[in-house]
Design a protein around this ligand. Structure first.
Ligand SMILES: [Zn+2]
Ligand SMILES: [Zn+2]
Length: 407
């Protein structure tokens, strides 16, 4: 069986390339680039893929790329890494510290990129040896942090013809050598909304002759979250929380406008899709009752990443095959957002959490200037991604390609 040989093949490949991959990661770490400005990063990846005999295709903006390994026949499995850095200062004291002021790979996307590069090189070897029973689409996605890079990839056909997609994210609370997984939602949705209310204004002695805008705004602030808690399935954990409210300048004057801003977080995809229309209708009914005008500006973030059960099983099986029994641990749904969600709205797939903490070492957090990883996680990531792609191809592939892969 192919699966049994895979572990040894990966070990041999990594014995030769692990140091080189660590150096590649450190180079990216020293030269972080922000969303849609990942030109150098893109170039570095292109150079390495081209040298391995692959034909990468850079996205039209010049940042991010896709590249196929293997033949066009049979199933296609996509592997995705995000390549952008964050606009914050690197606070680490290490030789590979960021050389760019105000930019840092503090979300581990340099690790994701390196893992996918290593996986690409391994799969290219497998394809050259006639051991790839289908096609693997490598997606080096720009601008995850914006977010929106996933939509850019999709707009240019990045997942057309793809049967299944997989991705990883560094998890500094999980030890290196382990991978966190969960079927169903694993990240959350987060949107922003802004409400502007307006009315004629007037003297506080005569609210009945004008529209009492401040009172109406207060009703909106309390009624909307209350009504949502009764109109939406509580299991979706949809929550509207205000962060800013402003109206008026004097104690005895009813103002003619006001503003309220907040976020909508949600664990459930259906509730997330329904949220803007529902909030709009609740807002109209409360504002209408008090005779004021209300305008809603609803800014969509990302939907939750909802892991497909079969894909989770494939990833878990693959990870155990190459990392050993007990490597896969359950993980919780986080309240963070991740634009991998956009792919999973179109095709099934799974997103996993790659352990990056040194056993008994410091627990870092992502989006902090001190964030760093145990670099052994790179080789672990390559093992998981390569094995996942092959497992998915073996399991979804037509019978003849499985037979030829086993021959
Ligand atoms: Zn991030
Ligand atoms: Zn990230």
């Amino acid at each position: 069986m192919r699966g049994r040989e895979l572990r040894g093949e990966l070990d041999a490949f990594l014995a030769e390339t692990e140091q080189d991959l660590v150096a590649f990661r450190r180079d990216l770490h020293m030269h972080p680039e922000l969303a849609f400005a990942e030109y150098r990063t893109t170039q570095r990846i292109v150079e390495r893929l081209t040298a391995a005999g692959l034909t990468p295709s850079v996205l039209p903006r010049g940042t991010g790329l896709v590249c196929d390994v293997g033949s066009g026949d049979g199933p296609t499995v996509a592997l995705r890494a995000d390549i952008d850095a964050l606009p914050l200062q690197d606070e680490k004291d290490v030789s590979y510290r960021s050389t760019v002021a105000g930019a840092c790979h503090a979300c581990g996307h340099d690790v994701h990129t390196t893992v996918l590069l290593g996986t690409s090189l391994f799969l290219a070897q497998q394809a050259a040896a006639g051991l790839l029973p289908g096609r693997v689409r490598l997606i080096f996605q720009p601008a995850e942090e914006l977010p929106g890079g996933a939509l850019e990839v999709m707009a240019h056909g990045g997942i057309s013809g793809v049967d299944r997609i997989f991705g990883l994210h560094c998890d500094p609370r999980v030890d290196v050598g382990q991978v966190g997984l969960r079927p169903g939602p694993i990240t959350s949705a987060c949107d922003k909304l802004s409400i502007r209310v307006s009315g004629p204004g007037g003297h506080t002695a005569r609210p009945h002759l004008t529209a009492d805008l401040v009172f109406a705004l207060a009703k909106i602030l309390t009624e909307l979250p209350a009504a949502l808690s009764r109109r939406v399935d509580p299991r979706s954990s949809l929550s509207l929380v205000w962060g800013r409210v402003e109206a008026g300048t004097a104690a005895n004057a009813i103002p003619d406008d006001g503003i309220a801003e907040g976020t909508v977080r949600c664990l459930d995809e259906n509730a997330w899709h329904a949220a803007p229309d529902l909030i709009k209708s609740l807002l109209d009914s409360v504002a209408g009752a008090y005779g004021i005008e209300a305008e809603l500006d609803y800014k969509r973030g990302v939907p939750p990443v909802v892991n497909d059960e079969v894909s989770v099983e494939m990833l878990a099986e693959a990870a155990e095959r190459v990392l050993g029994a007990g490597a896969v641990i359950p993980t919780q749904q986080s309240l963070g957002g991740e634009d991998f969600a956009w792919y999973l709205e179109s095709i099934p797939g799974a997103f996993a959490r790659l352990g990056t903490r040194s056993p008994a070492g410091v627990t870092y957090d992502i989006h902090q200037g001190t964030f760093d990883v145990d670099e052994k996680a790179i080789a672990m990531g390559v093992r998981i991604m390569a094995a996942t792609a092959l497992t998915a191809l073996w399991e979804v592939g037509p019978l003849d390609s499985i037979t030829s892969a086993m021959a």
